[in-house]
Ligand binder design. Structure first.
Ligand code: SAM
Length: 221
């Protein structure tokens, strides 16, 4: 894929700066029931698999997804977020590696039979979504299981959308504790739009909308 766009580079910097306070988002009271249900749903989806986790951040989902996996490679571009993930009591199968999800370069020659990304899809520019999925699928074996989960737009829980660009990407203005304000690309896909991006190898995609989150899962042929 091409060089990172300005918005992608800014997103990388934003999450590095936000790392220490990132998990506040997981303590919003109105999201707790959904979170518990999602956490409980992950282990069986990856039981016995060798999984690539994209953009693992502070490892909130790693803890749950990796529980019964055979091997779990948690990747992110930012050492700041992965340092927090590494400090958690994670299953022994978890390893970490710094990887840019737009190239997967360090993973050349390696393959997996599972892939997971939490709250990453929403940050991929719409024009890059299908090529990014194709790149991910190139790292995955036939029969691999892919699971993505991300935020649904819920008026009272999400920041408002402040801008929509010509390609249809939507943006939010986010303020960090130091007072800095960041424009962050955050898309809220429909089931149909998500399915349309998956490509020819995706089999029997499933979409579950559960309140504050959506989950997309499929296997690859
Ligand atoms: C919204 S957070 C999601 C973190 C975690 N998966 C979760 O759901 O809690 C987005 C993550 O993407 C990472 N990130 C940003 N740009 C990236 C890139 N080009 N490649 C890999 N990770 C990236 C950030 O460091 C951040 O940890």
């Amino acid at each position: 894929m091409g060089a990172a766009t300005d918005i992608e580079a800014r997103m990388r910097g934003y999450y590095a700066q936000r790392a220490a306070t990132y998990e506040r988002v997981y303590f919003k009271p109105e999201r707790q029931a959904d979170l518990r249900a999602l956490e409980a749903s992950l282990p069986p989806l990856f039981a016995g698999r060798r999984v690539l986790e994209v953009a693992c951040g502070t490892g909130w989902w790693t803890l749950h997804g990796a529980r019964d996996a055979q091997a779990w490679l948690a990747t992110d571009i930012n050492p700041e977020t992965m340092a927090l993930a590494r400090s958690k009591p994670l299953p022994a199968c978890v390893q970490f590696e710094t990887v840019d999800a737009y190239s997967f370069e360090p993973l050349a020659g390696r393959s997996f039979d599972g892939a997971f990304a939490g709250c990453w899809w929403s940050h991929v520019p719409l024009a890059r979504l299908a090529p990014w999925l194709q790149l991910l699928h190139e790292r995955l074996e036939p029969g691999a299981r892919v699971v993505m989960l991300d935020n649904s737009f819920v008026q009272a829980s999400n920041l408002p959308i402040t801008r929509r660009d010509v390609e249809g990407n939507t943006y939010q203005q986010r303020r960090l504790d130091d007072g800095s304000v960041h424009e962050v690309l955050k898309n809220f896909p429909t089931r149909e739009a998500a399915f349309a991006a998956l490509g020819a190898r995706a089999r029997d995609p499933q979409w579950t909308a559960c309140g504050h989150y959506w989950v997309l899962s499929y296997d690859l042929c």
